[in-house]
Ligand binder design. Structure first.
Ligand SMILES: C[C@](O)(CO)[C@H](O)COP(=O)(O)OP(=O)(O)OC[C@H]1O[C@@H](n2ccc(N)nc2=O)[C@H](O)[C@@H]1O
Ligand SMILES: Nc1ncnc2c1ncn2[C@@H]1O[C@H](COP(=O)(O)OP(=O)(O)OP(=O)(O)O)[C@@H](O)[C@H]1O
Length: 291
C-alpha cells in the first residue's frame, strides 16, 4: 500500500450544486429532459496520479461498497486508455471528502479529474471536446466537470451553455443518508411536466427542484435538514439529494449558521465558483510549464 505523497500530480475534484432542477419530460429510453444550472464549489475530493509504464491502472484507495473495477476513477482511466491506445498506466490515490449519493457530484467529478489528469500525465492532448464526450459515457454529470465552467444544462443534462453567476458562499448540509439518483428518477410521483424556461440561466424567482418533494417524502432526514436550514435561510436540495444548501453574501454569515446546526447534521461552507478549482489548478500548471 502506497500513499498520496508518492503521486507526481495532485488535483482537486470539486463538488457542484444544481441551483435549480426542472424536469420537463421523460424520453422513451427512460432518461429525463431537464433544465438546471450547475455551479462549482471550492470544496471537493483530491486525487493523486503517478505514471506507470506497464499499462496497469491501480487505485490505491478503497471506497467501502464500491469494487475497484466499478469505481468511476478506474472506469474513466480505462476508457481513456482504450480511446487513445496508450500503453501507459497509472497509480491513483483518492482522498474522499465528498459524501456519496449527496447530489453534489462526487463520483462524476472524480471521473472528470481522472480524464483531465491522465490526459496531462500521459501527454495525450485530447482536448476538452473529446474528453467531455468520453465523460458523458460515464455519467450525465461528468461533462460539466470536464469543461469546468458554470453552466445552464438542457437536454438530458448534456447540452451545456456556460453562464457567469454571482459567487456567493454556500452552507451545504449533509443529511446522513445516501439517495439513489435512479430511484428518484423512476419514482411514479415525480413531477415531469415543468414548462421549459426560455433563458439560459437562472429563472425568475430562482426556480425550484422537482426532485425535492419526492426525496422529502421518502427520506425524513432530508426533510428535517430542509426544515432546520429554512429557519435561517431559504434552503433547497441539490440534484437528487441528499444535500441541501442555502446561500450567503459572505463566509462569516454562513459559518455562523453552520455552528447553530445540530451535531447530527454535518455541514460545510464553500464558495460558489464559475471556474472550477480543477481548471484553475490546471491553468497554473500550464503557466509553470511555459515559464
Ligand atoms: C440529477 C443530476 O445530478 C443533475 O445534475 C444528473 O442529471 C444525474 O447525473 P448522474 O448522477 O451523472 O446520472 P447518471 O449516472 O447518468 O444516471 C443515473 C440514473 O439517473 C437517471 N437519469 C439521469 C439523468 C437524466 N437526465 N435522466 C435520468 O432519468 C437514469 O435512471 C440513470 O440510470
Ligand atoms: N469515485 C467514486 N466516488 C463516489 N461514488 C462512486 C465512485 N465511483 C463509483 N461510485 C458510485 O456512484 C454512486 C454515486 O456517487 P456520487 O457521489 O457521484 O453521487 P451523487 O453526489 O448523488 O452524484 P450526482 O449528483 O452526480 O447524482 C455511489 O453511490 C457509488 O456507488
Amino acid at each position: 500500500m502506497t500513499d498520496m505523497h508518492e503521486a507526481t500530480l495532485i488535483l482537486p475534484a470539486p463538488a457542484k450544486l444544481n441551483l435549480f432542477l426542472h424536469i420537463l419530460g421523460r424520453r422513451p429510453d427512460g432518461y429525463h429532459e431537464l433544465q438546471t444550472v450547475f455551479q462549482f464549489l471550492d470544496h471537493g475530493d483530491e486525487l493523486g496520479f503517478r505514471r506507470r509504464d506497464d499499462g496497469e491502472i491501480r487505485l490505491h484507495s478503497d471506497i467501502p461498497g464500491v469494487p475497484h473495477d466499478s469505481n468511476l476513477i478506474v472506469r474513466a482511466a480505462r476508457r481513456l486508455q482504450e480511446e487513445c491506445g496508450t500503453g501507459l498506466g497509472a497509480d491513483i490515490w483518492l482522498d474522499k471528502r465528498l459524501p456519496m449519493g449527496g447530489g453534489i457530484g462526487g463520483g462524476s467529478s472524480d471521473a472528470a479529474t481522472t480524464l483531465l489528469g491522465l490526459d496531462h500525465l500521459w501527454q495525450l492532448g485530447l482536448g476538452v471536446e473529446r474528453l467531455a464526450a468520453l465523460g458523458l459515457e460515464l455519467g450525465a454529470d461528468v461533462p460539466v466537470f470536464v469543461r469546468g465552467h458554470a453552466a445552464f444544462a438542457g437536454g438530458v443534462g448534456e447540452r451545456l451553455v456556460p453562464v457567469t453567476l454571482e459567487e456567493p458562499w454556500f452552507l451545504v448540509a449533509v443529511p446522513q443518508v445516501s439517495v439513489s439518483t435512479a430511484e428518484i428518477f423512476s419514482a411514479p410521483e415525480l413531477t415531469r411536466d415543468t414548462p421549459a424556461i426560455r433563458v439560459c440561466g437562472l429563472p425568475e424567482g430562482g426556480g425550484h427542484n422537482d426532485c425535492q418533494p419526492v426525496v422529502e417524502q421518502r427520506y425524513p432526514e432530508v426533510r428535517n435538514a430542509l426544515n432546520l436550514l429554512n429557519k435561517f435561510v431559504p434552503a433547497r436540495m441539490t440534484g437528487t439529494g441528499a444535500c441541501v444548501f442555502g446561500s450567503f453574501p459572505n463566509r462569516d454569515d454562513a459559518d455562523k449558521v453552520s455552528r447553530q446546526l445540530p451535531a447530527t447534521l454535518p455541514s460545510f461552507v464553500a464558495q460558489g465558483r464559475n471556474i472550477s478549482m480543477l481548471h484553475r489548478r490546471l491553468e497554473t500548471l500550464a503557466q509553470e510549464v511555459s515559464a
